[in-house]
Design a protein around this ligand. Structure first.
Ligand SMILES: Cc1cc2nc3c(=O)[nH]c(=O)nc-3n(C[C@H](O)[C@H](O)[C@H](O)COP(=O)(O)OP(=O)(O)OC[C@H]3O[C@@H](n4cnc5c(N)ncnc54)[C@H](O)[C@@H]3O)c2cc1C
Length: 231
């Protein structure tokens, strides 16, 4: 079973071609019953779970969706490690890197953070979004955002949570001015404690929140920031 980095995908695909066995990717669960291996995938933003069973003899190749499995220490294999020098295919140098851009970031990484403070369109503007960043700074948390906010250019794409952004699983997810569209929920629904602030009590985010505050983010969040500053 592989993780879901680009390297993992490359290796899984090449291995699949090499050994002539299929590869199933983006798995959220793998169930082995006797000789049958069943792989579960979520589609339509998590609304439908597809079960796929490998046919034929193993080995079977599965690529896991990030955060779907808890990392556990390996049991220690006994494979022999052989260093291989890649052959010169004559293509190296065909592409030239003419500039490099390092995205500025501070605080914990979104995908590894224990606490995430995320904001949505309800924050009103790029300036309005700053209180989300200040609370995150106070809590030592990472900043997250919805696609609406990223599309508006308030924050970079790297902080987008959801179907076309990152999948996160922090202990605490504070969702501020986020409606809770399925495409957002699929990226954060497995968080430990979900706290939502939204002025609309009918907002779907309250359907998965453990704690909900029905209120205006421009009133609630400055109070939270003040309380954190006085701690
Ligand atoms: C193919 C596809 C992929 C997508 N991928 C993603 C993805 O990866 N991540 C993602 O997030 N979205 C994704 N989307 C977009 C998604 O469908 C929603 O449009 C988006 O998540 C909505 O973002 P939002 O909650 O910030 O905005 P809105 O849905 O506009 O919600 C804003 C919320 O703020 C509340 N609000 C407004 N003012 C205040 C206030 N003053 N105080 C308190 N609450 C307030 C409102 O009540 C509302 O609930 C995708 C869509 C498609 C079609």
């Amino acid at each position: 079973m592989f993780g879901l980095t680009q390297t993992d995908r490359d290796v899984a695909g090449r291995l699949s071609a090499r050994i002539g066995r299929p590869v199933l990717s983006n798995a959220v669960d793998v169930i082995v019953e006797g000789t049958t291996t069943k792989v579960l995938n979520e589609i339509f933003g998590g609304a439908t779970v597809v079960e796929t069973v490998f046919s034929g003899p193993g080995p079977n190749i599965v690529v896991a969706r990030p955060k779907s499995f808890t990392a556990e220490p390996g049991s220690g294999g006994s494979a022999t490690v052989v260093a291989v020098s890649p052959p010169d295919t004559g293509h190296s140098g065909a592409a030239v890197v003419d500039s490099r851009h390092e995205e500025e970031s501070s605080g914990p990484k979104l995908s590894e953070a224990d606490v995430i403070v995320a904001g949505g369109r309800g924050m009103g503007s790029a300036e309005g979004f700053h209180v989300v960043e200040e609370i995150a700074l106070r809590l030592g948390a990472a900043v997250g955002a919805t696609r609406a906010v990223v599309d508006a250019g308030w924050v970079p794409y790297s902080v987008q949570v959801g179907q076309t952004g990152k999948t996160v699983k922090p202990n605490v997810y504070l969702a501020c001015g986020i409606s809770g569209a399925m495409q957002h929920l699929v990226g954060m629904k497995d968080s430990g404690l979900i706290i939502a602030v939204n002025k609309d009590e009918e907002a779907p985010i309250f359907g998965i929140a453990d704690l909900g505050i029905v209120g205006d983010v421009h009133k609630v969040l400055p109070k939270l920031l003040e309380a954190l500053a006085n701690r």
